[in-house]
Design a protein around this ligand. Sequence first.
Ligand SMILES: CCC(=O)SCCNC(=O)CCNC(=O)[C@H](O)C(C)(C)COP(=O)(O)OP(=O)(O)OC[C@H]1O[C@@H](n2cnc3c(N)ncnc32)[C@H](O)[C@@H]1OP(=O)(O)O
Length: 319
Amino acid sequence: MEIATCSRMVLCALRQQVLRCSSHCRTWARLLQRQRSSCVYSSIHGFNQDEIREKLQAFHGGSIDLLKQDSGIAVLTINNPSRMNAFSGSMMIDLEERVSQLENWPEGKGLIVQGAAETFCSGSDLNAVRAISNQQDGMKMCMFMQNALTRLLRLPLISVALVEGRALGGGAELTTACDFRLMEAGSVIQFVHKHMGLVPGWGGAARLVHLVGSQNALKLLGGAVKVDPELGVNIGLVDGVLEGHQKTEGAAPLLQQAENWLSRYTKGPAPVIQAVKKVVLSGRELPLSEALRTEKDIFGMVWGAPANLEALASKSKHK
Ligand SMILES: CCC(=O)SCCNC(=O)CCNC(=O)[C@H](O)C(C)(C)COP(=O)(O)OP(=O)(O)OC[C@H]1O[C@@H](n2cnc3c(N)ncnc32)[C@H](O)[C@@H]1OP(=O)(O)O
């Protein structure tokens, strides 16, 4: 083949590659924009993020810790052991910041949300709740947490709440902002809101109805039912039960068990795992026509991409 013809072909292939890349970039940008604008509340709802952050900052204590691992699985730890991992105001801000970090993690595939010191989370810090018991501040805190937890659930990562000990009130709501829930034998999830003269406000009721149906949700909220692992599995709230590592001799540490459980869904390249989460998320949340269009966009990003080309070249069989 003539050198000129050969160079023309290379140039043509390069141009196609550039066009393809810029089209992918535009699709990514559009999807990311969709994800960002997917906060439930913004200024048009009278929500002022800076104002509520300033208020929440006054109630400090504890932290939300993020560990991003080379495996592509991150661990988010609710860390306030002296208050059974209750959420102080500053922890709510921390949570929002950690979610932002996870939204910008190209290598990410999975997320485990756990509590420190062998319990999950006892909900809002009751000291903060008492201090902001006026209706306006309560609503602002509720909007802030709904935004943060909605973004948590919409991360392009497959997420698991690892429930050890107790998940109460807002802690129970937090478990519903993950794709899956694993419970240690002997642990409890309880929407205790009714006993506090409340209903869920962090989006937990809406998500619970999606997970277990309105009949079961009504029972759990109306009766402030203690959900043990057996009941959780029976009603579809819980996806797996882990051996209590302290009570069962030879059992692996809980976090290790959770990572093993999750790894069957996170095996493979990050762009493919993220695409899997995105198509499921759009199917879960969008009206059918919009979900189908989003699925097409996401499909366009994996079609002909390295993982797809590699699989085609290896002539893999699915026996
Ligand atoms: C969004 C709406 C919400 O989340 S409303 C909040 C719902 N949560 C609650 O009402 C939990 C109330 N706490 C409890 O029922 C018990 O403390 C539980 C979690 C069952 C633990 O009991 P127990 O093992 O006996 O420990 P304990 O009561 O001595 O607690 C240890 C220390 O932790 C504290 N703690 C616990 N939960 C919270 C909380 N949500 N806010 C603030 N502090 C909390 C306790 O007060 C106790 O502190 P201290 O040792 O007395 O200083």
